[in-house]
Design a protein around this ligand. Structure first.
Ligand code: MRU
Length: 363
């Protein structure tokens, strides 16, 4: 593992580009390989295969995708549609695409030539990238302050699910950024990392990030979480989100909802950390969130870095059917607090979400 960070996403100008160059997350932790997306179909394939993933980063990638189409002289509206539809659940993807598309359309409406309109789309993608890094630092600050308030004494044993760090963000991420802040403040005794079946974002990616940050961590099989709670080994759960509905329902990686139920039973705080771009006031409630259903082979085969998200090692008889939702939905009543760059919402209610959306930055 090198000490240098390969950028999670970088824009390449000519002669290397125009292209969006991604750290290929399907190859981690075995290899830090870059994946060059020189056109929109390549980027759509990277999004679908989870080479690039995680809600905030999907937004950033979507915005750069629009800039890429514009730089290539492709039809921007069609490219924007393909990108926004590449995965359905994380609202950040459509948000990032729309922002860059609006910037492009606005420039065209003002009489810009194609190169100027493409530059406007790229500038918007770069703004979103930078804003996400800033949001990440603010979430880390608000989240650490909340942990200090809820759990003022003792070292913390935190449990997380999926991957929410540098690999999903322009900065240090969402929930993982809070864990990192706790670690840097000397409060982290143990990070429990759910492996996160079927695609192992916890074991492959969060453990990789925790190791790079020299955190004390252990990976556990998802179904071992219950016995950890029962043993009193979890002080708080921190997760990210892919879409937060107007009523505060939280869609996140499948396996989040059972953790929320466990946390409530064991009276452990269950904290969701997400930028405001993940809140979707147009989705009224949890039932209205479209949950992505993925290929059965992701469940019937174990992923292998060489073979990508499907085409790994078979673990079920060939042809077995599978239930493979990529996300589940946690009702707001099970969420102790929502930590955003604008501050903390607790309890998580429709009114609280409305106030958050109308609020400006603080802290
Ligand atoms: O399918 P993935 O790997 O894109 O799912 C990612 C997650 O569920 C993350 O927890 C979520 O995007 C929040 S990351 C800030």
């Amino acid at each position: 593992m090198s000490d240098q960070h390969v950028p999670v996403a970088r824009w390449a100008r000519p002669p290397e580009g125009p292209a969006l160059v991604l750290l290929d997350q399907t190859r981690l932790p075995a290899e830090e390989a870059e994946l060059v997306c020189a056109d929109v179909p390549a980027l759509v394939a990277a999004i679908r295969s989870l080479a690039v993933r995680g809600a905030p980063l999907l937004g950033i990638a979507g915005a750069y995708g629009v800039a890429l189409a514009a730089a290539r002289g492709d039809t921007v509206a069609e490219a924007a549609r393909l990108l926004a539809e590449a995965r359905p659940t994380a609202v950040n993807l459509a948000y990032g695409v729309r922002r860059a598309e609006r910037a492009y359309d606005g420039a065209v409406a003002r009489g810009a030539d194609p190169a100027e309109a493409a530059a406007a789309a790229l500038a918007e993608a770069e703004d979103l990238h930078r804003e996400d890094a800033e949001a990440s630092d603010r979430m880390a600050g608000h989240g650490l302050a909340l942990l200090e308030e809820l759990l003022p004494t003792g070292d913390l044993r935190l449990l997380t699910h999926c991957n929410t760090g540098r690999l999903v963000s322009g900065g240090h991420g969402t929930a993982f950024a809070v864990v990192r802040a706790a670690h840097r403040a000397g409060r982290l005794r143990q990070l429990w990392v759910d492996e996160t079946r079927p695609l192992l974002q916890g074991a492959r990616l969060t453990a990789y990030e925790a190791a790079r940050e020299a955190m004390p961590y252990s990976v556990l099989a998802d179904n071992a979480a219950g016995s950890l709670f029962a043993a009193g080994q979890v002080d708080a759960v921190l997760i990210g989100a892919d879409r937060i509905a107007a009523d505060g329902s939280v869609a996140n990686k499948v396996g989040s909802y059972p953790l929320a139920v466990l946390a409530r039973h064991h009276r452990v705080p269950f904290l969701v950390v997400a930028p405001v771009t993940t809140v979707d006031p147009e989705t009224p409630d949890g039932a209205a969130i479209v949950v992505e259903q993925r290929d059965a082979r992701e469940v019937t085969e174990l992923p292998s870095p060489a073979a990508g998200t499907t085409g790994g090692v078979p673990v079920a008889p060939s042809g077995s059917a599978a239930y493979n939702p990529a996300f589940d939905v946690t009702p707001p009543g099970l969420v102790s607090a929502l930590v955003t760059e604008r501050g903390v919402v607790s309890p998580v209610t429709e009114n609280g979400i409305q106030e958050l959306c109308s609020m400006s930055l603080s802290g």
